[in-house]
Design a protein around this ligand. Structure first.
Ligand code: IPM
Ligand code: MN
Length: 330
């Protein structure tokens, strides 16, 4: 059966890189049908639609969602991010954000190959808090972080299960238990409880500030990292920067319980400054599509796409897409 894939190109370079990803998986011989959804900042400016519950329900009927990028300077920050991207993550229960990183960081002789498992439905991203007396000298703003035992445990368990399929079988918890003592304690205790179920997996803990140094100076120490939503957001930009650049960084927003579609998107943003110039690197989007193929049970095609991305050639966005598609098609 052909996979049913929803395409949300979104804003800025999103549609350009998504088109190349579709081209490449087509060349890989995978059977799929696409349905385009016109969502993002441009759509919002036109008629006020961000993501209605009706469209969200329509998305639930797909096998996967391929997303380009969202966010545009003409719309206040957070409106599209929260109303479209985070709404899909929360409402479709995409509780794992899986981001693989491989490469050799500047100044390192040894290559690294690790995966960040970022909790994707809780933490400061839930938008708990509010503002009082805005714009006055007495203004108060609070922004909470929600951490549930269920949410933390399912994320950590996923990380251990993933590590058990990998050669090094090592999981590192990254948090800030020395300052965020309430949430950190829940994460650390849950981590220890889950670890006890995986006797063959070794573990480590790093504070997030120390992890930033290790990402730059000793990234090969990592195999699987598990962390909360906000630390995972920040760390994965750094992961991209030490692994060939953010133009290569791919991600999967997964609902491992498969109660609905999962969503696949490059880590990078909409880069409005380079729209239409042909300068956008499509590889992050193409590698995100490869993660989608893995999740759809098309690992052979996914491996061929990844192998082709190792020799992408050079040129414009579509020239790179064409050359990867040609390699994949053999
Ligand atoms: C990411 C992005 C998003 C995030 C933004 C666009 C809301 O930075 O996917 O990493 O913060 O999660
Ligand atoms: Mn980010």
């Amino acid at each position: 059966m052909a996979h049913r894939i929803a395409i949300i190109g979104g804003d800025g370079i999103g549609p350009e890189v998504t088109a190349e990803a579709v081209k490449v998986i087509r060349a890989a011989g995978v059977q799929f049908d696409t349905t385009e959804f016109d969502l993002g900042g441009a759509r919002y400016l036109r008629d006020g639609e961000v993501l209605s519950d009706r469209v969200l329900d329509e998305l639930r009927g797909f096998d996967a969602i391929l997303l380009g990028a969202v966010g545009t300077p003409e719309v206040p920050p957070g409106l599209i991010e929260r109303g479209l991207l985070l709404k899909m993550r929360f409402e479709l229960d995409l509780y794992i954000n899986q981001r693989p990183f491989a490469g050799t960081a500047a100044g390192q002789s040894e290559a690294h190959d690790f995966i960040v498992i970022r909790e994707n439905t809780e933490g400061p991203y839930v938008g708990e808090g509010g503002v009082l007396r805005r714009g006055t000298a007495d203004e108060v703003a609070t922004q909470g972080s929600v951490n549930t035992r269920m949410g933390v445990e399912r994320c950590i368990r996923y990380a251990f299960e993933l590590a058990s399929t990998r050669a090094r079988k090592h999981v590192t918890l990254v948090h800030k238990t020395n300052v965020l003592t309430f949430a950190g304690d829940l994460w650390q205790r849950t981590f220890d409880i889950v670890a006890a179920d995986f006797a063959d997996i070794s573990t480590a803990y790093n504070h997030v500030d120390a992890a930033c140094i290790y990402f730059v100076q000793d990234p090969h120490r990592y195999d699987v990292i598990v962390t909360d939503n906000l630390f995972g957001d920040i760390l994965t930009d750094l992961g991209g920067a030490v692994s060939g650049g953010i133009g290569l960084a791919s991600s999967a927003n997964l609902n491992p319980a498969r109660t609905g579609p999962s969503m696949f998107e490059p880590v990078h943003g909409s880069a409005p400054d380079i729209v239409g110039t042909g300068k956008a690197n499509p590889i992050a989007a193409i590698l995100s599509a490869a993660l989608m193929l893995d999740f759809l049970g098309e690992s052979g095609a996914a491996d061929r796409v990844r192998a082709a991305c190792a020799n992408p050639g050079s040129g414009t966005t579509s020239e790179i897409g064409n050359s990867i598609a040609a390699l994949v098609a053999g």
